[in-house]
Design a protein around this ligand. Structure first.
Ligand code: NAP
Length: 236
């Protein structure tokens, strides 16, 4: 079976590292993000087949993106949802706009991509999905109540979907990273935070990418949340 993978949020950070690793492993990869220029540069750099612009929060765009991929690369049998945004603020200072945008991109977005993807996967009699959650969803963090809600919502969604589609030979898992060096964490005080991480360092996007690839390629793991956080979850 040709391995066709759609990586939403594949232009930068964790998604880019996933797309690169999969391209190296002979997957046909579509790199998808809102900014088409950045997606194109990334796709060229890592040897992906296709670059597309799509806002995961917009249902019509998600549907037309899948149509485009199927037309140009074949049926999508692997899906990675790495598109995400984070707006740090205490709840009382969080605007309605920031509440909606985080839930729309981080939770409703993956729900929409999964909904479209599983239709094709059922026709293909199999597939695998990895959604990128966050250790913050699991542990909670002051100033990230909405982000946490979106990420732990994604866990509940993924576990339920895993049960719904297991009989169709489709697996759904979550990777929950801790602190990873990307644009999203570029404003954090790395030296200070490193002291709180048992392994003593931020993770790299590649650390997460290898875990995503492991779950995509595993044959008997579904409904699982795999934490990649250098031991952060061990801290009380
Ligand atoms: P990043 O470097 O900021 O990359 C985010 C990616 O998502 C970009 O490709 C971005 O491209 C895309 N994106 C953002 N909004 C989008 C939308 N509405 N529709 C489609 N694509 C969109 O972030 P990252 O650190 O790699 O994060 C990747 C995922 O890991 C996110 O879900 C994040 O919550 C999660 N995570 C990250 C960390 C960390 O420490 N970095 C920890 C835990 C979890 P465009 O802006 O062009 O759309």
């Amino acid at each position: 079976m040709t391995k066709v993978c759609a990586v939403f949020g594949g232009s930068k950070g964790i998604g880019k590292a996933v797309a690169k690793l999969l391209a190296q492993r002979d997957y046909k990869v579509a790199v998808i993000s809102r900014n088409l220029d950045v997606a194109k540069v990334t796709a060229n750099e890592i040897g992906a087949h296709l670059a597309l612009s799509c806002d995961v929060a917009k249902e019509q765009e998600v549907q037309s993106t899948f149509k485009d991929i199927v037309k140009r690369m074949g049926h999508v049998n692997y899906l990675v949802n790495a598109a995400g945004i984070n707006k740090n603020a205490l709840l009382l200072r969080t605007t309605s706009e920031d509440i909606l945008s985080q839930l729309s991109v981080n939770l409703i977005g993956p729900i929409q991509t999964c909904k479209v993807a599983i239709k094709g996967m059922i026709q293909q009699q199999g597939g695998a999905i990895v959604n990128i959650g966050s250790i913050v969803g699991h542990k909670g963090n002051s100033g990230q109540s909405i982000y946490s809600a979106s990420k732990e919502g994604l866990v509940g969604f993924s576990k339920s979907l895993a049960k719904e589609v297991a009989k169709k030979n489709i697996r759904v898992n979550v990777v929950a990273p801790g602190f990873i060096h990307t644009d999203m964490t570029s404003n954090l005080e790395v030296d200070l935070l490193n002291k709180t991480i048992p392994l003593g360092r931020f993770g790299e996007a590649e650390d997460v990418a290898h875990t995503v690839a492991f779950l995509l390629e595993s044959s008997y793991i579904t409904g699982h949340v795999l934490v990649v956080d250098g031991g952060l979850q061990l801290q009380i």
